[in-house]
Design a protein around this ligand. Structure first.
Ligand code: ZN
Ligand code: ZN
Length: 450
């Protein structure tokens, strides 16, 4: 995007794309709010407006994560109710402003309303001159200028912007761009670049930090962040992720057809099974869980058989889903979380384990480097192939739960180092002592599959 493109852009999505890596979570959040504010008067009820207001406070660290989430839920529920009878794009845009991930908040606010040129005006007002940035001199920030800017910011008195221009000029400002911006008839939003500079409000934090990535225990959040940082992962990784999540419950796959569905789904990931084999496996797995589900549907919750049936039905359903081609994160992995945490009451940490699996498959997007082909000695390749094709069961109580042999990865790290490998993240990962799963990013990277 050139300066002229930026100044004349009419597609807010292109502008948001351009801003990747160029700004922080505060500015992005305020863009989401500014977009939602474009339809303020059309907002149907208090919870919509409240979502936008809380999101604005959150941007300035004046509301907590919990308050943001509560406002989002209330607005979203309202939008959902409305959507049954009429167009709910406005309440959905308001809810979007309070979505947890700031980037998604901005994208979804625009998406809910449909991209419009006025959204570009909001973005330009908040981001200012991207190609010839302006700096306000300290002398221009007189007490009068600051007090006026504060009032405009806090009370949304944007019609007073020309007065701010006058006050700035009185304080010595001769920058025509700054003065024109204050005096122009165009739109100003909370986060306006001139106001922000007067009030010394910054861009905010990184939209996602390495620390957040490494400590997050929600796989769906990781997926969202990854999409922002480097794009969606390949289908194969998503499938392998889901397969590993289901493998954890191998002893609960009591029927041979369910186990077969999982195995075929795994082979499909590497092209060793085709669509028709997958479909056959899915149909067979359905033949198992559907009749169980029918009985379950007629069984009361307090029936002693109810729980036993749930524990048969749900894993069967999940295994069939895997082979059914519905590989989204919210399917197999989601059902597994429910199964483990709610039905088995395993302590509620299944989500954290799934997040660890996801990170193992994807690697650390903050530490990407290029693989040097000189490291791919026959020893390295042999070890990587064995690790991938001969997974082991580390837990004798769960012989169907297969992971890569961690001792092979330790040897692999030595072999890589001997071959001259100096990629710290890669060596550290092999030696981490953490479990590795099929699709582990190091092994995939060495074998050239991704
Ligand atoms: Zn402005
Ligand atoms: Zn690994």
């Amino acid at each position: 995007m050139t300066e002229a493109d930026w100044e004349t852009a009419t597609d807010p999505n292109a502008m948001l794309q351009f801003l990747k890596g160029r700004t922080g979570d505060r500015k992005i959040r305020l863009i989401a709010c500014g977009v939602a504010r474009c339809v303020w008067d059309a907002m149907p009820a208090d919870s919509s407006r409240r979502a936008v207001e809380v999101a604005e406070q959150f941007a300035d660290r004046l509301a907590t994560q919990e308050e943001l989430h509560g406002a989002y839920r209330a607005a979203w529920d309202e939008a959902w109710d409305i959507s049954w009878g009429e167009d709910a794009s406005v309440p959905y845009a308001a809810a979007a402003a309070a979505e947890e991930f700031s980037v998604r908040a901005a994208e979804n606010a625009v998406k809910s309303l449909g991209p419009q040129p006025i959204h570009c005006e909001v973005i330009r007002d908040i981001m200012g001159m991207q190609f010839t940035p302006r700096e306000l001199k300290p002398a221009w920030r007189s007490a009068e200028v600051i007090a006026l800017a504060q009032r405009i910011y806090e009370e949304r008195r944007f019609p007073d912007m020309p007065r701010l221009g006058d006050a700035l000029q009185q304080a010595g400002c001769q920058d025509a761009t700054v003065l024109n911006h204050c005096r122009c008839s165009g739109l100003h939003a909370r986060g306006c670049w001139v106001l922000d500079q007067v009030l010394q409000l910054g861009h905010g934090n990184e939209v996602v930090s390495e620390q957040q990535w490494l400590t997050c225990d929600k796989p769906f959040k990781l997926l969202d962040w990854l999409d922002y940082l480097q794009g969606k992962p390949p289908d194969r990784k998503i499938r392998l992720f889901n397969c590993s999540c289901v493998r954890r419950a191998w002893p609960m796959l009591t029927d041979e057809r369910s186990r077969r569905a999982l195995e075929v789904a795994e082979r499909f990931c590497d092209g060793d099974a085709d669509e028709s084999e997958l479909a056959t496996a899915e149909a067979a797995a359905r033949d198992f869980f559907l009749p169980v589900g029918e009985v379950l549907g007629r069984t009361a919750g307090n029936d002693p058989n109810h729980r036993r049936l749930v524990l048969q039905w749900k894993p069967g359903l999940v295994a069939a889903t895997l082979a059914g081609g519905m590989f989204g994160m919210n399917n197999a992995a989601f059902h597994m979380r429910e199964l483990m945490d709610e039905d088995l009451a395993t302590g509620g940490n299944e989500s954290a384990i799934q997040a660890a699996i996801f990170r193992d498959l994807i690697g650390n997007p903050f530490r990407s480097e290029l693989l040097d082909p000189r490291w791919l000695t026959p020893t390295v390749l042999g070890l990587a192939r064995t690790a991938y094709s001969e997974p082991v069961a580390l837990d004798p109580r769960n012989p169907g739960y297969l992971t890569l042999d961690p001792s092979l990865l330790l040897i692999l790290a030595d072999a890589l180092e001997e071959a001259g490998c100096d990629w710290p993240e890669l060596l550290r990962h092999c030696r981490s002592g953490q479990p590795h799963w099929r699709g582990c990013w190091v092994v995939d990277c060495l074998l050239g599959i991704g």
